[in-house]
Ligand binder design. Structure first.
Ligand code: MG
Length: 160
């Protein structure tokens, strides 16, 4: 199997009056991500990792925030589009591993639901999707809950 790896990163400001959506799951919190779309930092970093596999640019080039079609769109819809293109290029996902960096709230209770939302789209089993949440130890913008960030690596295989 011909293997390729992609790396993605994303960061959003946290602001009042926005929902906090991570991994396709709405998480109860007083702050949410400022964004043109739903601001799903995990899915955005995952999309960037998948675009990297095909040597493409980032999510902002593919789905411009100047395009009203993407206003408040569920990032899962964008992920479905990108996965369709990955499949059409002959690739299937082997595994994905993500690290979400946020001070609060605790994400652990929501990770099973995130896997339920993402695994069918990625075409992988839950044991092939890693989602970890780390704090910034109260340091810097992330540590002060002014921002949330996420790193993701994705491995895909080509069957030819
Ligand atoms: Mg983003």
């Amino acid at each position: 199997m011909n293997l390729k790896v992609g790396l993605g990163y994303d960061l959003h400001r946290l602001v009042p009056g926005r929902p906090l959506i991570i991994g396709g799951v709405k998480i109860p919190f007083e702050l949410g991500c400022l964004a043109h779309s739903d601001g799903d930092v995990l899915v955005h970093s995952l999309i960037d990792a998948l675009l990297g596999i095909k040597g493409e640019g980032d999510i902002g080039q593919k789905f411009p925030d100047s395009d009203p079609a993407y206003k408040d769109i569920s990032s899962l819809e964008l992920l479905r589009q990108v996965m369709q293109e990955i499949k059409e290029a002959g690739f299937s996902v082997v595994n994905v591993d993500s690290v979400v960096i946020l001070e609060k709230p605790k994400l652990a209770p929501f990770i099973p639901e995130m896997k339920t939302s993402l695994c069918p789209i990625l075409g992988i089993q839950p044991e092939n999707l890693g989602i970890k949440a780390k704090t910034a130890e109260k340091l810097g913008e992330i540590g002060q809950s002014q921002a949330i960030a996420c790193w993701t690596v994705a491995l895909v295989g080509h069957t030819e």
